[in-house]
Write a protein that binds this ligand. Structure first.
Ligand SMILES: NC(=O)c1ccc[n+]([C@@H]2O[C@H](COP(=O)([O-])OP(=O)(O)OC[C@H]3O[C@@H](n4cnc5c(N)ncnc54)[C@H](O)[C@@H]3O)[C@@H](O)[C@H]2O)c1
Length: 238
């Protein structure tokens, strides 16, 4: 039976690397993303089905999940859709607080809920969090970090509710080599300012993130659930 994975944010920098990695491991991948992102990045390739999906919108989530289920057995769910907004605390507005919650937390939960009934023995979920959910010293990341801490908390609860059949974990990337959002660059000072704060003295790669996701989905991680794998070059160790 064909094993299928659904990857939200599948047209994004990390999402596309995850698609490729999972296809290499024999998955058929449904890569869901906003129409504009799919048009710009075109995640389609052999074994990758690009579908329009807004994690804020229940019908589009249901349609993407139905597509995945129609292709085989749903074995993997990767919630990689995410918005980054960097704003110092005194300047953060209601709109930003609202959208970070609706995409990063509620959207991730909506997808997991829609997938849960289709997940059986040996299935696994990976929710993409961020090191910003673990630290407090990155100016501008308060709401984004709070949303990613929310992802980690949700993951623990979901792991307990879906055990023993389904495993649920987070990957918390550090600073990864993808085009940085304008707001993050402006507030953080960009890569030049961040790299000296990383013990391994470099950015992480999208392929390294994809490797970690593939590991967490695989049977090699069969005794790992409800936790967060931090892949940050040592930032949180400092
Ligand atoms: N790049 C980093 O350094 C870094 C670090 C830590 C965590 N992350 C997390 O990794 C994930 C992927 O980030 P990335 O760097 O590849 O960024 P990216 O912007 O390239 O990818 C994010 C994708 O999510 C999609 N998306 C946004 N809103 C959506 C919605 N409502 N419905 C469906 N899709 C939506 C975007 O269109 C985009 O394709 C995100 O969750 C991000 O928060 C990234």
């Amino acid at each position: 039976m064909t094993k299928v994975a659904i990857v939200t944010g599948g047209a994004g920098g990390i999402g596309q690397a995850i698609n490729r990695r999972l296809v290499a491991e024999g998955y058929t991948v449904v890569a869901g993303d906003l129409a504009a992102a799919i048009a710009q990045d075109d995640p389609t390739a052999t074994g990758i089905h690009a579908v329009e999906m807004d994690v804020r919108d229940q019908p589009s989530v249901d349609a993407a999940v139905a597509r995945a289920v129609s292709l085989g057995t749903l074995r993997g769910v990767v919630n990689c859709a995410g918005l980054v907004r960097f704003t110092p605390v005194r300047e953060a507005g209601e709109d930003e607080m609202d959208i970070l919650w609706r995409v990063n937390v509620a959207g991730m939960a909506r997808v997991n809920k829609a997938c849960a009934e289709h997940l059986g023995e040996s299935a696994a979920i990976v929710n993409i969090a961020s090191l910003t959910g673990l630290i407090g010293r990155l100016t501008g990341a308060s709401m984004y970090g709070a949303s990613k801490a929310g992802v980690m908390a949700y993951t623990r609860y979901l792991a307990c509710e879906l055990a023993p059949a389904v495993r649920v974990n987070c990957l918390a990337p550090g600073y990864i080599a993808v085009p940085m959002s304008a707001s993050m660059r402006a507030v953080s000072g960009g890569e030049e300012a961040l790299i000296p704060t990383v013990p391994l003295r470099r950015l992480g790669t999208v392929d390294e993130m994809a490797d970690s996701v593939e590991f967490l989905l695989s049977d090699r991680a069969a005794y790992i659930t409800g936790t967060t794998l931090v892949a940050d070059g040592g930032v949180t160790a400092l």
